[in-house]
Design a protein around this ligand. Sequence first.
Ligand SMILES: NC(=O)c1ccc[n+]([C@@H]2O[C@H](COP(=O)([O-])OP(=O)(O)OC[C@H]3O[C@@H](n4cnc5c(N)ncnc54)[C@H](OP(=O)(O)O)[C@@H]3O)[C@@H](O)[C@H]2O)c1
Length: 290
Amino acid sequence: MVLLFGAAGYVGRAIAGALREAGLDVAAPTRADLDLTSRDALSAWLGGIPKPEFAINAVGFTGRPNIDGTEVEKWHTLRANTVVPGVLAEVLGAAGIRWGHVSSGCIYHGSRPDGSGFIESDEPEFAVFDPRAGWYARTKWMAEKLLAGAPGVLIWRLRIPFDSHDNERNYLTKLMRYDRLLEVRNSISQLGEFAAAAVASMHERIPDGIYNATNPGSILTSEVAAALARHGICRKQFEYFRDGEEFLSAPGRVFRASCILDPSKLAACGIRMAEVHESLERTLREWKRA
Ligand SMILES: NC(=O)c1ccc[n+]([C@@H]2O[C@H](COP(=O)([O-])OP(=O)(O)OC[C@H]3O[C@@H](n4cnc5c(N)ncnc54)[C@H](OP(=O)(O)O)[C@@H]3O)[C@@H](O)[C@H]2O)c1
C-alpha cells in the first residue's frame, strides 16, 4: 500500500491515477482525516494502519487564482509547502518509511551560464539570494533544505504542469485565458509523465535525493501558443508584454521565475520523459475540452 497526501489536488490526482494504473493500493487521508502539521497526529494515525511501502507528498499551496495569491496567504503557503514536508520528514523518517516529495523548479531563474539547464547540484541562488524571488519559491526552497540528505527521501522537481484536460490548473488552459502573454523560455512537465516518473522511481528504488522531473528541453511561450493554434484549440491573436518590467507593472503581481532544468539525472536512472515539443504535440492531439 502507498500513502498519498494531497490526493485531491491537481498533482495528487494525477499521481493517484498513476499509482492505481500500476496496480497499487492507495491510502489517501484528506485534510479532514489528519492534521499534517502535527507530528503527534501523524504518528498516531500511522500507528493505526499497516506499514505502507512508500508515501508521497503532493500537499502544497500554489496560490489562487495564481501564484500572486501566495503573497497574500503567506501562513497557509508556509504551512502547506514547508511545515507539512518538515513534519513528514520527521515522522516518516522515524517510522522508516521511504517517501517522495513534490518540489518545484521555481527555485531557479534562467539557465546555467552556458545556456544549459540547471542540474540538481546547482545551488538555487534565485530562491536564496534574489530579492525578486516570491514567497512561494522561498517556501519550496526551505522544504528542500529541510529534506536535504535525509535517508529514504526522493524529491521530484515539477515545473509548470500541463495535461490534455482543459481545466483551470492546467498551464495550457491558463495560457489560453490570458490576452497578453509574457515571452519566456521554460522547462515544463507533462503531468501524466511526471506522475508516471514518480511512480517508476518508487518502483525502481532509484537512489535518494533530488531529481528534476521536467520534459527534456525547453520551450518559449510563443511556441506553446503556436501549437495551440495549429491544433485548432485556441486561435486567439495574443499580444505580448514588451518585457518582464511591463508585465510586473500590474499591482500585486509577483516576479515569475522562468528556468531551464536538466532532467538527465532521472533519465540516467532509466526514467525518461518525452522531449518537450513531442510531449506537447501528443498532449494537444489528445485534448479534451471542458
Ligand atoms: N500546480 C503547479 O503549477 C505546481 C508546479 C510545481 C510544483 N507544484 C507542487 O505540487 C504540489 C501540489 O500542487 P497542486 O497544484 O496539486 O496544488 P492543489 O491542487 O492546491 O492541491 C494541493 C493539495 O494539498 C492539500 N493541502 C493544502 N494544504 C494542506 C494542509 N495544510 N494540510 C493537508 N493538506 C493540505 C490540499 O487539500 P484541500 O483539498 O483540503 O485544500 C490539496 O489536496 C505542491 O507542493 C506544489 O508546490 C505545483
